[in-house]
Design a protein around this ligand. Sequence first.
Ligand code: MLT
Length: 410
Amino acid sequence: MAFINDHYLKLKAGYLFPEIGRRVNKFCEENPNAPVIKLGIGDVTEPLPAAIREAMHAAIDEMGDAGSFRGYGPEQGYGFLREAIAKNDFQSRGVDISADEIFVSDGSKCDTGNILDIFGANNKVAVTDPVYPVYVDTNVMTGRTGAADESGRYAGLTYLPVTAENNFVAPLPESPVDLIYLCYPNNPTGTVATKETLKQWVDYARANGSIILFDAAYEAFITDPEIPHSIYEIEGAKEVAIEFRSFSKNAGFTGTRCAFTVVPKQLKGTTASGEPAEIHPLWNRRHCTKFNGVSYIIQKGAEAVYSEQGREQIQGLISFYLENARLLREGLESVGISVYGGVNAPYVWLKTPGESTSWEFFDELLQKAHLVGTPGSGFGASGEGYFRLSAFNTRDNINEAVTRFQKVVS
Ligand code: MLT
């Protein structure tokens, strides 16, 4: 008899984005001529910058020559990319992270899920609410929760509400937690954490022996010079935090796949018998056992993100999407919608107008304006009454979306 992992049966229906896709496909089948604009999933639309493509082309040519062909690469990533990341993303900001603390991977979604492999099943886990659903679902899959209640909250998880009422600043947990997921700039709310807020979390983790799982996939969108890009900008964070970064949103790698995770050597957890244990060798062991590295071609493309031309070109992409976010924000505000985020992030988070629930508003927007967004409740119970629009789209689609949105709510 082959027993299944029963924890999967606790998962609510489908993963959020496929569920949206299902509803949109049904609508499109019934309305084949409707000009649907999708601002749901945060997937980039602009092409890979030239500097990245050129580096990939050159890498393909190397792979076609017996003298420079490469087979398996180092599981943790090639030295050239790990060095470039450490230097440009951390050391240049005064953060002492070294290349061997960087683990190159095929995505932050995978890494934030996979990281649970190296942590005990009995950890108390805290997430913000609303939250990127991967953090919650992977905890359910690995048996760290009980069943979901009617609002979709799983027993055993600690939910920290982030709403307009608390200015989207997560309160510290009332009872101690061991693993804390934080995502800044935040998906889905598009809000950011100040140095003071992050310091509170680092202090909390140090005082409680907790570990912070810090998802900084959207850090490149930070425009405010006072906002930290990395949790390691906070003193003591290297002892208590793992950071996840991605090339998906800043450099257009959603389809190409390249990301990295930072595991500082100082970071320690605790064994079942209460001894301190280093996290870095555990993640290294996990990574080498279950992963064979990102392709050389893709890593050469990622390295080019840090070249002079690469930097300029990706800055162009980031500015483009941030301008989209501004157009969405201001266009919605002009018709009286309460809007959050979208300044240091590619997501705009809004209050659903009137009494509509998030899913009701989703259906209304789809039916009346042929616009797709993401219902706030899909990110958690505290997201009810909110709605997310992604700024990842063409300028024409963003302008058209604003016009249609305004018509629906005016
Ligand atoms: C989102 O829309 O929240 C993102 O696309 C999710 C992701 O990057 O996996």
